[in-house]
Design a protein around this ligand. Structure first.
Ligand SMILES: *[C@@H]1O[C@H](CO)[C@@H](O)[C@H](O)[C@H]1NC(C)=O
Length: 350
């Protein structure tokens, strides 16, 4: 039954242009334990459906805080509470063990332990992406088929930790059973409940600026792209039709409203900026790429100067001429102004 549902969902989400949708078929809880000393620690957690945050948690909040109206999918209140309790119990047990065995496991205060747990649908197949742990940013162990396994780079520290954590066979089996039972059903429910948010598309805004000069006679051009959703995007510096391979891209950073932001940099010689543009391709634009042409402020300034200076000179000249004429034409009222006006012109031409 479950597999039928999964394949059905894969057909629904996998058809057409659903590379984006596939990225969203992952649910993950990420946790960070920050241990300052033997008596002081703080932990944070968050739940993510693909790139959308659906839960937040910290050691002083009671339970998980839902970040979306559909965060719990189709789980009953009881199931949510039980899962929260299980995760909190596991968190407390681990925190206790880290403090207790800090010496033996060669964990040096202050240190951070990061963990992730979740499940995902991959090409219509369910994959249990079980607990993985990192110490000071590098992976040390993972939980597979109800037991802990040291990772290659984990060394003796990881082996010692696994040995200890694997002693609790019953709890490990219970956790494996719970997560493998709840997570896939939860994932299917929440993918359906959050469909509108998951499939929304928000168009980016883009603008250009210059960064700090990277060297003598060089400019750092920056193309900013902000406010887009979903995350996959392509931002390219072009010269004419030619993509500039030398450009560099920042990480894609989150905005507070759940959309994304990124910058693309190009280091160019100050004299070689003509024909440059920044091109943004994103699913929300439906083929209508944003193209920003470089119009350097200095050249804009030059154009303004080139237009303004003769205009001002002309106006000054005109003012002087008029003033002179005025003085001349005031006393003798005999001539018609037009005649007076035409006189000098005619004399010039002859
Ligand atoms: C542990 O760290 C906390 C926070 O940095 C600090 O306030 C506290 O005094 C420390 N305790 C000990 C025993 O060093």
């Amino acid at each position: 039954m479950l597999f039928l549902q999964i394949s059905l969902l894969a057909v629904l989400l996998g058809g057409g242009d659903s590379e984006d949708a596939f990225q969203d078929q992952i649910f993950r809880i990420i946790g960070t334990f920050s241990l300052h000393n033997r008596s002081w620690a703080h932990s944070w957690g968050s739940g993510w459906l693909g790139e959308l945050q659906t839960y937040s948690w910290n050691s002083s909040s009671r339970g998980f805080i839902s970040r979306r109206p559909w965060s719990n999918g189709n789980l009953s209140k009881k199931e949510v509470t039980e899962t929260e309790e299980l995760l909190e119990a596991k968190h407390n047990e681990l925190l206790h063990l880290f403090h207790k065995h800090a010496n033996e496991w060669m964990l040096e205060y202050p240190f951070e332990i990061q963990c992730t747990v979740g499940c995902e649908l991959h090409s219509g197949k369910l994959k249990l992406d079980f607990w993985r742990f990192a110490y000071q940013g590098s992976e040390i162990l993972s939980f597979q088929n109800s037991s802990w396994v040291p990772s290659l780079q984990g060394g003796t520290r990881a082996q010692k930790m696994c040995k200890m954590l694997n002693k609790n066979i019953i709890l490990n089996k219970l956790i494996y059973w719970r997560v493998s039972k709840i997570c896939p059903r939860f994932l299917l429910g929440v993918l359906d409940a959050g469909k509108a948010d998951l499939q929304r598309k928000v168009k980016p805004e883009a603008w250009l600026s210059t960064g700090p000069s990277p060297g003598h006679h060089h400019l750092l051009l920056v193309c900013h792209v902000s406010g887009f959703y979903p995350k996959p995007i392509s931002v390219t510096w072009m010269r004419g039709e030619q993509a500039q391979q030398a450009s560099q891209q920042s990480d894609i950073l989150p905005n507070a409203d759940g959309t994304w932001y990124l910058r693309s940099y190009l280091d160019v010689e100050a004299t070689k900026t003509s024909g440059l543009s920044c091109r943004v391709t994103h699913s929300s634009l439906e083929g209508q790429d944003i193209i920003l042409y470089l119009d350097r402020p200095t050249s804009k300034g030059l154009i303004i100067v080139a237009v303004m200076v003769p205009l001002v000179l002309l106006l000054i000249g005109l003012a002087f001429w008029l003033k002179k004429r005025w003085k001349h034409c005031e006393p003798p009222p005999t001539l018609h102004p037009l005649e007076r006006f035409q006189q000098p012109r005619d004399s010039k031409h002859t």
